[in-house]
Design a protein around this ligand. Structure first.
Ligand code: SF4
Length: 855
């Protein structure tokens, strides 16, 4: 038995460069069940992060009772991580699921029926539309619905209601991924593939704690590290994550300085001639501007600004500049920081100036956070136009009008789509008075929660919430609609490397809960939305109807799904788009021919200035039409907007832990995961803790200019001067929907500020102070694994030395990690699992005999 809570990535299956990642099928079944007890296995894929691991759901007596990885799937080769194993099915099969609609009567939410609830929604919607028009309506959705559901919502919002106020919580996690790809390549869509891990010589992880956020992808990296020809690893992260532990170069940059570092790395490439001049000439534009912008950023200048060693900057640049095949990945450390798009575009630029795209081992993965974020962006439920069309290109808008058979002026395209932060601002001001929130929990996940709660509580704002549980946000709703969960409905979704999976319905939803698609279609029907012939706008009768409609919408666009049918997705692996007559088996890597979708008639955007967000505009773009060449966008570095000062001397950053996903609506209902990370904590460096006379487990107050939170301290391996708090923790599991005098949510502290291009909120730069409130009674409730492990009190063995020892003899088990030697073909996780006992460290970077920091 392998405890997959303590042993997050499972046993190693080493492989060398260019070899196939071995299959290892992970499986878990409910306590006491064996495989023979399972009635049937139903094909799906995991929706607890963006990795998109193929899996089968175990069903017995009409209930989900477990899950196993699909060995045939190109994404995971059978593996599943702790969240997929424990939370996917246990996270939805709970007694506290919403089973009936709720409506607010005399200030209280009371159970109702669908007709009553929907008539309330429709009458309020019709009244607002009649009295004040479509700009009264805002739709705020998720990164966790299915493609068909997003597409229905996009059509309803754009062609039914006619509002530009549509966005998803993808704005909070992956808007910058989309923005950076649009800016550089002309269109959203991941150039690289997970398979590039198998082929690369060097792997750069920019603000991407892959070890905790995409555990199966990290297992693939660990298997490359454990095999021959291991890739060199460069990690950019202020915390000593497991990525950093395994890195050859760890650049623990000061939060808010990513762009300075990136400018320095590119300058080094130019300076040393580590560039592919003929590729630059043939396939890019704007190189002179890029050279000029990066020119001041010598390694010493980078070191001074970012707080890292100039030699480490040089070494990282040398690895990038001299490796034959480089894969880069990025996530929230870049996306949720200041100048997010500018820094992320520089990742693209590193690859473009070296011509490292479209070949095995050479790729960029501008990661997503959520499982179906990609579909939201493709379908346009987030404010983009469906099919990666350009809202500023009249012919693209006309194509959609033709597809939906509506007048072109119905589709809002007179101004940029409204992003989430602005939608909530309009609700605050009162111009939006009807806000429909589906499958997301802004009362925990958005910045500056005190303000968000005030907005949601406004008496003149009608709030509809559609979700599985009575979340902190649902508690503010006027109407709550119970939604069916993963495994209770059918639909498709697409992961980071564009691989499309079909998730089949395995069991019925509880009570009267309905799929999100059915809810949207019902709203459209009741509202009487129609096309220009007077026929219903949406006539779909099943998810597959919606999928076929989407295929028509995607035809000829970069995300072409026309070759991927439900039938093709059944039985085998997921398939990466584009898949059409030209690419009948899908497409592993984009841009192999050096042609980019930047042509003015085809591109998804005309671009923005990276410093200000000012639109470049059609006229200027056409005047310098890159016509198929990538654009080397460059942005001048400016310091963050809320630097530490005397009153707030520390830099606050929120983030993720391996055991939870988003606001824990599912993962906290998996007992194994909840035991591993039951409550919020505050990570402080040893130096800061000593200076403030704070010790492991002490209760502290963290204050910013916007709020306060109180939690126990983990003295950890984090850059001095910074404070980290996981963002997952709200209030629902304490029976509250708001702090009520006991604030513990990280976003009580964060800033209402966003990147000028992607409009992604800046969650990772805020000034705070920390004060001790009470002595602790034991260690903080933080995991003892991964980046949240306690700080080392003694000497830390050099990671590279430890790795070298293991590399010399990979079959030798680490004395602290006996499972490193296990190489079973199938890993069966026992239930109930448990986290490692406190005081031990399965993360195994502790020197023998080291202890927890003591007071
Ligand atoms: S890596 Fe992500 S998609 Fe895969 S099992 Fe874990 S949570 Fe699910």
């Amino acid at each position: 038995m392998v405890d997959r809570v303590a042993n997050i990535w499972g046993s190693r299956t080493p492989f060398g460069r260019g070899a196939k990642w071995p299959v290892r099928v992970d499986q878990v079944l409910a306590d006491g069940l064996a495989e023979g007890d399972v009635d049937r296995w139903v094909q799906s894929a995991c929706v607890l992060c963006s990795n998109g691991c193929g899996c089968d759901i175990a069903v017995r007596d009409g209930r989900m009772v477990g899950v196993r990885g699909r060995g045939v799937d190109i994404v995971n080769h059978g593996r599943l991580g702790p969240k997929g194993l424990f939370a996917s099915w246990q996270g939805v099969d709970n007694r506290d699921r919403l089973t009936r609609p709720l409506v607010r009567r005399d200030g209280e939410l009371v159970e109702s029926d669908w007709d009553t609830a929907m008539e309330l929604v429709v009458s309020r919607s019709q009244r607002s539309l009649a009295e004040r028009g479509p700009l009264t309506h805002g739709f705020y959705t998720s990164g966790q619905l299915f493609l068909e559901e997003y597409y229905a919502l996009a059509i309803i919002g754009k062609a039914g209601v006619g509002t530009p106020h549509m966005d998803g919580n993808t704005r909070l996690c992956t808007a910058t991924a989309a923005a950076a790809m649009k800016q550089s390549f002309g269109c959203d869509g991941q150039p690289g593939s997970y398979r590039d891990i198998d082929e690369c010589d060097a792997l750069f992880l920019f603000g991407h704690n892959m070890a905790e956020t995409q555990t199966v992808l990290w297992a693939r990296v660990l298997d490359r590290i454990a095999g021959p020809d291991r890739p060199l690893i460069v990690c950019v992260d202020p915390r000593r994550t497991d990525v950093a532990v395994n890195a050859d170069v760890h650049l623990a940059v000061r939060p808010g300085t990513n762009l300075a570092l990136m400018n320095g790395l590119i300058r080094e490439l130019f300076d040393h001639g580590w560039i592919h001049q003929s590729y630059i000439d043939a396939h890019t534009v704007n190189v002179d501007e890029l050279r000029a912008v990066v020119d001041p950023w010598t390694p010493e200048a980078v070191g001074a600004e970012c707080g890292v060693q100039a030699g480490d900057v040089r070494r990282a640049a040398e690895i990038f500049g001299t490796s034959e095949r480089v894969l880069s990945t990025a996530l929230q450390g870049f996306y949720q920081s200041s100048q997010a798009t500018a820094a992320s575009c520089q990742i693209n630029n590193l690859h473009l100036v070296r011509g490292l795209l479209g070949r095995p081992g050479c790729g960029v993965l501008q990661m997503n956070g959520q499982p179906t974020a990609q579909n939201n962006r493709e379908c346009g439920a987030d404010g983009d136009l469906s099919g990666f069309r350009n809202w500023a290109n009249p012919s693209h808008v006309a194509e959609l009008a033709e597809l939906w058979n509506v007048d072109v002026d119905v589709i809002p395209h007179w101004a940029p789509p409204t992003h989430a932060m602005q939608i909530f601002r309009y609700a605050e001001e009162g111009s939006i008075d009807f806000l429909w929130i589906s499958a997301t929990n802004p009362a925990v996940s958005m910045p500056q929660l005190g303000r968000i709660r005030d907005i949601l509580a406004k008496p003149d704002l009608f709030v509809v919430v559609q979700d599985l549980y009575l979340t902190e946000t649902a508690a503010f709703a006027d109407v709550v609609l119970p939604a069916a969960a993963w495994g209770e409905k059918t639909g498709t979704f697409t992961n980071v490397d564009r691989t499309v999976h079909l998730s089949e319905k395995a069991v019925d939803p509880p009570g009267e809960a309905r799929s999100d698609l059915d809810i949207f279609l019902d709203y459209s029907r009741r509202m009487g939305f129609s096309d220009r012939d007077g026929k219903p706008l949406l006539t779909w009768r099943s998810p597959e109807d919606g999928y076929r409609a989407w295929q028509r919408c995607s035809r000829g666009r970069p995300c072409d799904y026309t070759g991927i049918s439900y039938q093709r997705l059944r039985g085998g692996s997921g398939i990466p788009w584009p898949c059409n007559e030209e690419h009948p088996d899908g497409t592993v890597r984009l841009y192999a021919d050096g042609n980019f979708p930047t042509d003015a008639d085809y591109c998804e955007t005309y671009g923005m200035d990276l410093l200000t967000g000012a639109s470049i505009g059609e006229k200027d773009y056409r005047a310098a039409d890159p016509a198929g060449k990538a654009i080397l966008r460059a942005g001048r570095y400016v310091p963050q907007h809320e630097p530490p000062d005397e009153e707030y001397p520390l830099q606050f950053s929120n983030g993720r832990t391996v055991y939870h996903f988003h606001t824990r609506t599912k993962t906290a209902r998996a007992p194994q995961l909840n035991r591993a990370a039951p409550a919020a904590w505050v990570e402080l460096s040893m130096a800061d803790a000593a200076r403030l006379d704070i010790h492991e487990g002490d209760l502290v107050s963290v204050r910013s200019r916007r709020g306060e939170l109180v939690a126990a301290v983990r003295v950890g391996d984090i850059r001095e001067g910074t404070v980290f708090v996981p963002f997952h923790y709200g209030y629902w599991d304490s029976g509250r929907s708001a702090p009520d005098g006991h604030p513990t949510a990280a976003n009580e502290l964060t800033l209402t500020e966003w990147d000028p291009v992607s409009k992604q909120p800046v969650f990772k730069n805020a000034a705070v102070n920390v004060q001790r409130r009470a002595a602790g009674e034991g260690p903080a409730p933080a995991p003892t694994t991964t980046a949240s492990r306690p700080a080392v009190t003694g000497r830390v063995p050099s990671p590279s030395a430890a790795r070298r020892r293991r590399l010399r003899n990979p079959s030798t088990p680490c004395p602290h990690r006996p499972w490193r030697a296990a190489r079973s073909r199938r890993e069966v996780s026992g239930l109930p699992g448990d986290a490692a006992p406190r005081g031990t460290d399965p993360g195994c970077h502790l020197p023998s005999g080291s202890r927890w920091p003591r007071r």
